[in-house]
Design a protein around this ligand. Structure first.
Ligand SMILES: NC(=O)c1ccc[n+]([C@@H]2O[C@H](COP(=O)([O-])OP(=O)(O)OC[C@H]3O[C@@H](n4cnc5c(N)ncnc54)[C@H](OP(=O)(O)O)[C@@H]3O)[C@@H](O)[C@H]2O)c1
Length: 260
């Protein structure tokens, strides 16, 4: 199976490298479509670390990349979307294929509307647009990816998509922040930074359930965190991200819905 990337920058490079040595159901051939020579060189350099990883890099030749692929990942920046999709030959090349968008804040429906502004365009000549939002864990092939299709799901489910995107996409970073906080505390008390980071990040999920012995120091520390509303602040951060994520695609700027 061949997979093409329309735009292969930071995120797409991580996603493609993460499929290396995966199961036989994963793509075996990759086509990276970019514009500049610098991008092409960067991809060649990054993938040279994986000799069995078949990557062809095409510059300014998106149509050929799409034609050679079974599925296509749309990995450009959201503001490039119209330039990439609304160009001659793209619709024909995409016919019958799966177009997977990883663009933040752009719905599958918006992509369909750029590709097929005429709603009477025959269904059998269209591609299938799918929206996939991977998270940081893609780098280690453990991404929690939120997938949605067009037409959008019913009202409540549509909201659940935004909530899931904010939770899976931003959650690991929120936890990294919390871990950084406890590492900072250890550094303030004299532990070298590298050791504090290593100790703080080890088995974080097990800490609360397994390490909190009755009358112990961990439950004492956890209660101080509760007194200082760390959980409440985390919840507010998730709420903030959900509001911002749901309004990004509508061009709303400076969204700050949780601070009224
Ligand atoms: N799901 C998530 O969690 C998540 C997280 C971060 C980002 N994203 C999304 O991922 C997307 C990419 O972000 P990024 O940081 O990887 O961007 P990036 O590093 O700027 O990469 C953009 C790529 O698009 C290429 N490009 C630009 N115009 C093109 C065209 N007309 N035809 C073909 N390729 C073209 C660029 O090539 P040149 O450099 O040669 O111009 C570059 O390779 C964004 O839409 C962002 O919203 C998603």
């Amino acid at each position: 199976m061949a997979l093409a990337f329309l735009g292969c920058g930071t995120l797409s490079s991580n996603s493609s490298a993460s499929t290396e040595d995966a199961s036989s159901l994963t793509p075996t051939k990759f086509i990276a479509c970019v514009r500049g020579a610098q991008s092409a060189g960067r991809i060649q350099e990054a993938t040279s670390l994986y000799p069995t990883f078949s990557v062809k890099t095409l510059q300014n030749d998106n149509i050929s990349g799409i034609q050679q692929a079974d599925s296509i990942i749309l990995g450009c920046k959201p503001y490039m979307l119209k330039d990439v999709l609304d160009s001659p030959g793209i619709r024909d090349a995409l016919k019958g294929k799966i177009l997977i968008s990883i663009l933040a804040g752009v719905s599958a429906q918006e992509i369909e509307e750029i590709l097929y502004p005429d709603s009477s365009f025959p269904a059998e000549c269209r591609c299938r647009v799918v929206r996939a939002m991977p998270n940081t864990a893609a780098m280690v092939r453990e991404s929690m990816t939120v997938i949605s299709t067009c037409p959008p799901p019913p009202h409540r489910m549509g909201e659940a998509t935004w909530v899931s995107i904010a939770l899976a996409g931003s959650g690991p970073e929120f936890m990294a922040l919390a871990l950084e906080g406890i590492a900072d505390g250890a550094v303030a008390m004299g532990l070298p930074r590298a050791e504090a980071r290593l100790m703080a990040a080890q088995h974080p999920a097990q800490i609360k359930e397994k390490i909190s012995t009755p009358c112990g120091c961990t439950i004492g520390g956890l209660l101080v965190l509760e007194e200082n509303a760390v959980r409440g602040s985390m919840a507010r951060a998730v709420r903030e991200a959900i509001v911002v994520a749901s309004q990004l695609g509508q061009g709303v700027k400076n969204v700050n819905g949780t601070r009224f």
